[in-house]
Design a protein around this ligand. Structure first.
Ligand code: BT5
Length: 274
């Protein structure tokens, strides 16, 4: 069962009563039902539910929350649907940080001290409130699109939290949040950042909003910087050091005790822990 809500800044917003995963649903829409639904999804659309039965994180990890507590959403981003598109495919890897940043702004407007934990978590007080999962889709016409999913822990009580590293807006503020209102705030903020990023041709270092670049804003809202971290690489390999920067490609730069600095891209890293 699906219903629609109107968010001015987005082409289409579909609310599902329940679904296995909004990311899987979005990817199916772009593949299987294409081209009949091509127009429908436009350039920037949103699929959302508060009852996601089989949510996934990176590396097939599980994202879970009791029905009715977590706002689970996927943005469908199809730059080529815009005839004036200026975003090269190489810039798509910024979408994870762009959506994380948008979520941070929304959580800050709720009075929480939210920040990004590189590369795809939003944290409040050292605990995780949102996770972001971006996936590239090749449509049957050969064009590239992105599906960027985000789970936002809104109304989970302390006993609903699935892991002890998680927290929620309810736990942090003592208030209940309206799902549709939160969805509108998130949708509008992502749309604003996406359009500004698109207008500068996907250059993360180019000034876009209030004279700040996407990279500036990401750095300014990054909990990871200045932290001692352990980077877990595939095959049990680990690197320990100080996270000193986010480089021009969005990779995290870690300074080891011998002074060497190396940049780690999302694809290299299994986990990064304080
Ligand atoms: C993520 O992965 O954090 C990305 C999660 C993306 C979820 C959204 S919901 C809408 C869309 N549809 C999907 O199927 N997925 C997206 P990762 O960095 O791999 O972290 C996963 C880890 O987060 C798990 O192993 C748990 O430890 C933890 N976790 C699971 N559920 C959580 C929750 N509700 N709150 C906080 N942490 C959670």
């Amino acid at each position: 069962d699906e219903s629609k809500v109107q968010i001015e800044s987005l082409d289409e917003v579909v609310i599902l009563e329940s679904v296995d995963s909004t990311n899987s649903y979005a990817r199916q829409q772009l593949g299987d039902l294409f081209p009949p639904n091509r127009k429908r999804w436009g350039e920037l659309s949103l699929i959302s539910t508060d009852d996601q039965r089989s949510g996934r994180g990176r590396l097939d990890r599980v994202w879970s929350a009791p029905a009715g507590t977590c706002l689970c959403s996927s943005f469908i981003i199809r730059p080529h649907a815009n005839p004036k598109n200026q975003l090269p495919q190489e810039s798509f890897h910024w979408f994870t940080l762009l959506v994380s940043l948008a979520a941070v702004q929304v959580w800050k407007s709720w009075g929480t001290d939210a920040a990004i934990k590189w590369p795809n978590d939003v944290m409040v007080g050292g605990k995780k409130v949102c996770g972001v999962l971006a996936q590239l889709v090749v449509e049957p016409n050969g064009r590239f699109s992105a599906v960027v999913g985000i789970g936002m822990n809104l109304n989970l009580t302390a006993s609903d939290l699935p892991v002890d590293t998680a927290t929620s807006a309810l736990v942090e503020t003592g208030r209940e949040f309206d799902m549709e209102q939160a969805l509108t705030e998130l949708g509008d903020t992502v749309a604003r950042y996406y359009r500004a990023f698109s207008a500068v041709g996907g250059d993360a270092s180019a000034p876009m909003l209030g004279g700040l670049s996407l990279l500036d804003m990401v750095r300014n809202n990054m909990a990871t910087l200045g932290q001692q971290v352990t980077v877990h690489l595939p095959g049990d390999e680990k690197v320990v050091g100080l996270a000193v920067n986010i480089d021009d490609d969005g990779a995290v730069v870690v300074r080891e005790s011998d002074g060497t600095e190396r940049a780690w891209a999302v694809g290299d890293v299994v986990h990064m822990r304080p």
